[in-house]
Design a protein around this ligand. Structure first.
Ligand SMILES: [Zn+2]
Length: 461
């Protein structure tokens, strides 16, 4: 069956899309995070009717420019966070497998509950995850969608939910293994991409990638994914070298097959990439492969600490992700930055190992670069979407970067804007009924948990 984008999805996407009045945002603390622009700007940002940034300048705006003003003086204006690795549906399942590492945790979540999902579950859980991320300041996410629901139609609810949520996203797609042949599997993805591109500008999907599962399911599957990704010009993201025991047992030795199968190229994006060997790191960096670091999830699941400063020295591009909210367990980019940065500082007893500016840049522009959407989002610059946060900082502010990274969390977020449209104000989602959705999610999870109670968890991935 052909993938479908729901009518509601299209209408809502247009409604949350590009129709805004031009306005200016005034602030004495604009952090653009644009390449080479570390100086804090005291000035204004002009947003056009298409939801894109027209200008960012120091000083007073010209008298002739738009009259509508968002006064953010005394507050920090920064680009929305970009999260490069997420499973949005997991937001409904926090706090599970508290004493487990990756595989024990997977057993307590995916393999216990997955088969009991019904129509509508993935939609509700994914929408919940996307809205929750926006409340926490994440305006662009890569949803590494997962196929735990029983049917392809249920699986595709993840896409429909993101189209409705209003958050910018990249859809990391899993080829439909129920289709018997390669051409049919590929055709479904080609149709989805074409159908999305045919929508009027204003929808929140910034692009597609492939979620590679072949690394766990055999060389044939992997080479099929690699050839589809290369043919369609998509990146492929894979979970790799996450849990320590599995990495040492089989993960590291799988690299040879990946290399020989053409899987290590500049379209490969690793999620986690913790337990590397010198060879794996060097070959990957030389090939132009990239990675998403997920320190919150890596800490929670005791996966280990990626030696990110060394990776960067080797030339690897590194972005940040909060991962699924069942292993994070809060999709909080502030906490994510601190977890990663503090772990490195503790390890090395060296405060110079990573600066506030560097970790903030990693969760905005650098992640957008890894996802290849830096021409659209990731920093505040003319031509890009006006995806920004207004932060009410603790005072006094000695250094806005340090205040953001050390002394802020989601409760400091005054408002969240995507495509120039305000989506969140004082923690409240403006375009969806989040409290009602939370009740619906709780009911659906209770139904699934009751159904799972007397069944044995599945024992496969
Ligand atoms: Zn993941």
């Amino acid at each position: 069956m052909k993938p479908t984008i729901t009518r509601t999805a299209v209408l809502l996407a247009l409604a949350t899309g590009s129709i805004v009045h031009a306005y200016q945002v005034r602030s004495d603390m604009i952090l653009t995070m644009a390449d080479g622009q570390a100086t804090v700007i005291d000035g204004y940002m002009e947003v056009g009717e298409d939801g894109r940034i027209v200008a960012i300048e120091a000083g007073e705006p010209p008298a002739s420019s738009s009259e509508e003003i968002v006064d953010a003086r005394g507050r920090i204006v920064m680009p929305g966070f970009v999260s490069g690795h997420n499973h949005l549906w997991q937001s409904a399942f926090r706090g599970l497998g508290a004493d487990q590492e990756l595989y024990g945790w997977l057993k307590s979540l995916h393999w216990t509950f997955g088969r009991h999902f019904e129509t509508g579950d993935m939609y509700a859980f994914t929408l919940h995850g996307a809205l929750d991320q926006m409340v926490n300041g994440i305006t662009t996410t890569l949803n590494h969608s997962q196929t735990i629901a029983p049917s392809y139609e249920d699986y595709m609810e993840q896409f429909a939910a993101e189209m409705d949520a209003g958050q910018h996203f990249i859809y990391s797609y899993v080829l439909d293994s129920d289709e018997p042949d390669v051409e049919a599997r590929k055709a479904k993805l080609v149709d989805l991409i074409a159908e999305t591109e045919a929508l009027l500008d204003g929808h929140p999907c910034l692009g597609f990638g492939l979620h590679g599962v072949g690394i766990y399911r055999g060389a044939d599957k992997m080479s099929e994914e690699v050839s589809v990704a290369k043919e369609l010009g998509l990146d492929m993201q894979v979970h790799y070298l996450e849990e320590k025991a599995e990495s040492l047992k089989s993960g590291q030795s799988n690299f040879q097959a990946m290399k020989e199968g053409g899987a290590v190229w500049d379209g490969l994006v690793y999620a986690h990439f913790i337990h590397v060997t010198d060879e794996i790191l060097n070959v990957s960096a030389a090939a132009g492969a990239k990675m998403i670091w997920n320190p919150l999830s890596n800490g929670r699941l005791a996966s280990g600490l990626a030696d990110v400063p060394r990776y960067i020295d080797q030339g690897l591009q590194v972005g940040l992700g909060v991962d699924g909210a069942a292993s994070a367990d809060i999709a909080d980019p502030f906490q994510n930055m601190r977890m990663g940065m503090y772990a490195l500082r503790m390890r090395d007893s060296d405060a110079g190992i990573m600066s506030c500016y560097q970790i903030l840049e990693m969760h905005t522009l650098k992640t957008a670069e890894v996802l290849e959407v830096e021409d659209q989002v990731g920093s505040l610059a003319p031509g890009k979407y006006a995806d920004f946060l207004i932060i009410d900082p603790v005072s006094p502010v000695f250094d806005p970067y340090a205040t953001l990274v050390f002394a802020s969390d989601a409760s400091n977020i005054e408002s969240v804007w995507v495509r120039g449209v305000k989506q969140v104000e004082a923690g409240e989602v403006l375009k969806h009924d989040l409290p009602e959705l939370r009740s619906e999610v709780a009911e659906r999870v209770a139904r699934i948990a009751a159904a799972a109670k007397n069944t044995k968890p599945e024992d496969h991935m």
